[in-house]
Design a protein around this ligand. Structure first.
Ligand SMILES: Nc1ncnc2c1ncn2[C@@H]1O[C@H](COP(=O)(O)OP(=O)(O)OP(=O)(O)O)[C@@H](O)[C@H]1O
Length: 358
């Protein structure tokens, strides 16, 4: 039996959502640009939006369809938002016991269940503290314990780590991952962070404009992103073009430029639409036009530079159809004199390009 079988058609004022999601178990990360419908999808699962059409079935029970709309409190759902939203006047133990208590569990049993859940997220020592007496990361772990204390069939996480500082975030991400591994239900995680998606989820669902543009395992998505947004999330350059006829295998890009590649799909014919990915680390930058050049060489302008750790990502544009991110070391940034507006030669070897059908 599919644990979660959802077909969500929701109509808001000026926005339509149409998303299907079937999962047996595990963690699905929902990603997409701002306003793509991620939170709307989560709210529809929780019962906070009424479906225009479609259904929500969880563990064999219908929560919503043409005739049914179970209210949120009648759904077996646990929810964690960016803000832990704990009751400030209650201890962590009483916060977590609140859920099972309000579902009719006797007080002693609910408190013992709460203590067990807090222990599972590493808060056994802090059960008597109030939310103001614990750190942000601890409060968020308590919120997770509270969400799981009622044994929900569906766990909904909406940007659960986004309010945490980077260090707390990485520790809390590891705790979350550990706890989710033991959770038997289905988890749907809304996030903007590729790291959350790739480390916590076994399935990714990308939304754009209220529709699913791509879904699959992280490995499938990384191997073949299908939109510039998806490619950006997994850190790759995506190029769209048509297979050119004659000469070496290459793609004709929208603005007239070409991308020479080593291989194309066996059944591709000239004129077929193809997608190609290039790893930013495989884009080489030069101040002067190199003599022994890579097969693909463009003279581009630096549009933006961002630094992560010891490496910089340099966004380049200026040739129609060619927008590239190059990843280079910090010494290379200094050597090349990279700043916004600098013009550089960018080279990509044909063998570094992965091509697949659009
Ligand atoms: N209650 C509502 N009534 C009308 N429109 C809404 C309502 N809630 C959201 N919207 C609109 O629906 C669209 C999708 O919003 P949603 O919050 O689901 O996006 P999101 O992908 O979660 O975005 P973000 O990443 O910014 O949180 C947006 O255009 C938003 O303005």
């Amino acid at each position: 039996m599919t644990a979660l079988d959802a077909s969500l058609a929701v109509r808001l004022d000026g926005f339509d959502l149409d998303v299907a999601l079937r999962r047996e178990h595990g963690v699905t990360a929902v990603l997409g640009p701002n306003g793509s419908g991620k939170t709307t999808a989560l709210k529809a699962l929780a019962g906070l939006h009424t479906l225009e059409s479609g259904h929500v079935r969880v563990a064999g029970t219908t929560w919503a369809d043409a005739r049914t709309h179970l209210p949120p409190e009648a759904r077996s759902v646990g929810m964690v938002l960016a803000d832990p939203l704990l009751f400030p006047h209650l201890t962590l133990l009483d916060n977590v016991a609140f859920g099972p208590r309000s579902r009719g569990m006797p007080r002693a049993a609910a408190r013992s269940r709460a203590a067990e859940e807090l222990g599972r997220v590493g808060l056994a020592e802090l059960t008597g503290r109030r939310p103001s007496q614990v750190s942000q990361g601890q409060a968020q772990r308590a919120a997770l314990a509270r969400a799981l204390a009622t044994d929900p069939a569906l766990l909904l996480l909406d940007e659960p780590l986004s309010a945490l500082d980077p260090q707390t975030r990485s520790v809390t991400r590891a705790d979350l991952s550990h706890r989710l591994r033991d959770y038997a239900g289905v988890t749907v995680l809304v996030t903007h962070d590729p790291l959350d998606a790739l480390t916590l989820a076994d399935h990714l669902l990308f939304l754009e404009g209220g529709r699913v543009v791509q879904s699959g395992t992280p490995a499938e998505i990384v191997a073949r992103p299908r939109s510039p947004y998806v490619a950006g999330v997994v850190g790759l350059n995506l190029v769209h073009g048509r297979l050119a006829g004659g000469g070496p295998p290459r793609l004709a890009l929208a603005g007239g430029a070409e991308l020479v590649v080593a291989e194309v799909p066996a059944d591709a014919r000239p004129g077929d639409e193809l997608l190609a990915t290039v790893n930013p680390a495989a884009v080489t930058l030069f101040t002067e036009r190199p003599e022994a050049s890579a097969r693909n060489l463009w003279h581009l302008e630096v549009a933006a530079v961002t630094v992560t750790g010891q490496r910089a990502r340099v966004r380049l544009h200026g040739v129609p159809g060619v927008e590239l991110v190059a990843e280079v070391t910090l010494p290379a940034v200094a050597q090349l004199g990279v700043t916004v507006g600098t013009r550089l030669w960018a080279g990509v070897k044909a063998t570094e390009v992965e091509v697949y059908p659009a």
